[in-house]
Ligand binder design. Structure first.
Ligand SMILES: [Zn+2]
Length: 133
């Protein structure tokens, strides 16, 4: 695919994405897709790992968040993110295969962009455009 996602006004800027997903194969495949779209993608296996990276100084342009994960799930991660004023502005897209109950609970936490598994590159690009505008 030749489409790339770049920031308006700064051609040097490469959007960074933090992908929070517990399944290694899904994470690995998704990072490859994001990189092929011109994004700098970093993975975390659960919410706690993601928070550690963010507290360590990582500042992605977008977080893509799985909701069902061991140790710290997407809801707990989102609550911790919102409670930290240095992190609360980072846009978050939800990645889910689990249906409408997940979506309702995620919306209650201010999450409005949803990616359905399996990830389709066109759907991904539309969501990226929404979050990175
Ligand atoms: Zn960016």
């Amino acid at each position: 695919m030749l489409v790339t996602v770049s920031a308006a006004g700064d051609p040097e800027h490469r959007h960074g994405v933090l992908l929070v997903e517990d399944d290694y194969d899904t994470r690995d495949a998704f990072i490859a897709i994001l990189e092929s779209l011109g994004l700098a993608a970093v993975g975390a296996a659960n919410g706690r790992e993601a928070l550690e990276q963010l507290w360590g100084g990582l500042r992605p342009c977008l977080i893509i968040l799985d909701m069902a994960m061991p140790e710290m799930d997407g809801y707990a991660f989102r609550r911790a993110q919102l409670a930290d004023p240095t992190l609360s502005d980072i846009p978050v897209a939800v990645m889910s295969g689990a249906g409408w109950a997940v979506e309702r609970d995620a919306r209650a936490l201010g999450l409005t962009t949803f990616l359905r598994k399996p990830i389709d590159p066109e759907q991904l690009l539309a969501a990226l455009g929404e979050c990175l505008a």
